[in-house]
Write a protein that binds this ligand. Structure first.
Ligand SMILES: Cc1ncc(C[n+]2csc(CCOP(=O)(O)OP(=O)(O)O)c2C)c(N)n1
Ligand SMILES: [Mg+2]
Length: 314
């Protein structure tokens, strides 16, 4: 194992951010729907570990973790959710539409599978602009059944483009188990049909995610084309805030908490010789950093409504 206390802290920043966002949403401070990534933090942290500044990351509405892992400032992320002028998009995007090009984070997207063709476009552009950019796109298991996903994967394979398709398989598409929606629930098998490398791995191990996505990124950058990486994980909270989760079998969420990535990495680090006090201090520091960023965002002014038509094309 090569995972570090810094990776533990990076996951905790996302967890603490999401917990605070849930509180803000329940308190009515966030306009619009919010989809939390609690339980899936190892995926963005591991996947972003080996990226370079010129690389382009795309995510879904469940994308706060990707934004933070890519380096989007915490206070700017909170500000965006809260509709503040200090938000990374001036408070205009909100929870499902963060973007921050300066961090190489080209955006969330609330259209299921909507980011995939855009990521393929960023990879195609890399062929012409000499940037040596790799595009990484996150999407869910349910998104794999969208037509645009098929078109994006086919195009990327046909043109040997530098794209890494990261499927976060949390085993549910909204309220429906993926196994009820497909003939073959091993989604990575589909890669072969596109002539693309496919792999399935443990998405709750930051070590594993870093290795498998890192390998796909290296291959993409070396001109070996796209990969489809299916990462198995579990969502520890509802699909949306307020989801009562009656569709989940009794005990499923409780047992998933025993496998969640932060506690797991802490146990692994301690077993490998890191003092537990060092882990505890890193977790505490991450939570404090998040709390301070939230306070900073809450003190900023709301975006003025009379500027709502700015930045529109027509
Ligand atoms: C094109 C489109 N169809 C339907 C929806 C409604 N919708 C929002 S989230 C979601 C489920 C997607 O599941 P999955 O891809 O597994 O991602 P997860 O939410 O589990 O992260 C659906 C169907 C949408 N936003 N966009
Ligand atoms: Mg899903």
């Amino acid at each position: 194992m090569t995972a570090t206390v810094a990776e533990l802290a990076a996951m905790q920043r996302i967890r603490s951010f999401e917990e605070r966002v849930r509180e803000m949403s329940l308190a009515g401070q966030v306009i619009g729907s919010v989809h939390l990534t609690i339980g899936q933090e190892a995926i963005p942290v591991g996947a972003c570990a080996e990226l370079q500044p010129q690389d382009a990351v795309f995510a879904t509405y469940r994308g706060h973790g990707w934004a933070l892992a890519r380096g989007v400032p915490l206070a700017g992320a909170f500000g965006e959710l809260l509709g503040r002028t200090t938000g990374v998009n001036g408070g205009r995007g909100g929870s499902p539409y963060f973007s921050h090009a300066a961090s190489g984070f080209y955006g969330e997207n609330s259209i299921v599978a909507g980011s995939a063709p855009i990521a393929v476009g960023a990879a195609l552009a890399a062929r012409y602009d000499g940037s040596n950019r790799v595009a990484v796109v996150s999407f869910g298991d349910g998104a794999t059944n969208q037509g645009s996903m098929h078109e994006a994967m086919n195009f990327a394979a046909a043109f040997t483009l530098p794209v890494v398709f990261v499927c976060e398989n949390n085993q549910y598409s909204e309220l429906t188990p993926i196994a009820d929606m497909v003939g073959d629930p091993e989604l990575w098998h589909r890669a072969a049909g596109y002539g693309m490398r496919g792999v399935r791995a443990d998405g709750n191990s930051v070590d594993t995610v870093r290795d498998v996505v890192g390998e796909a990124v290296r291959r993409a950058r070396a001109g070996e084309g796209p990969s489809f990486v299916e990462l198995m994980t579990e969502r520890l909270v509802g699909h949306y805030i307020g989801d009562v989760e009656q569709y989940r079998p009794a005990g499923e969420v409780d047992s998933a908490w025993e496998r969640e990535p932060i506690g797991r990495l802490r146990r692994e680090l301690v077993a490998a010789g890191t003092p537990d006090a060092e882990c505890a201090a890193a977790l505490e520091a991450a939570a404090l950093e998040v709390a301070q960023a939230a306070d900073e965002a809450l003190a900023a002014p709301l975006a003025p409504t009379d500027t709502v038509k700015e930045h529109l094309y027509a």
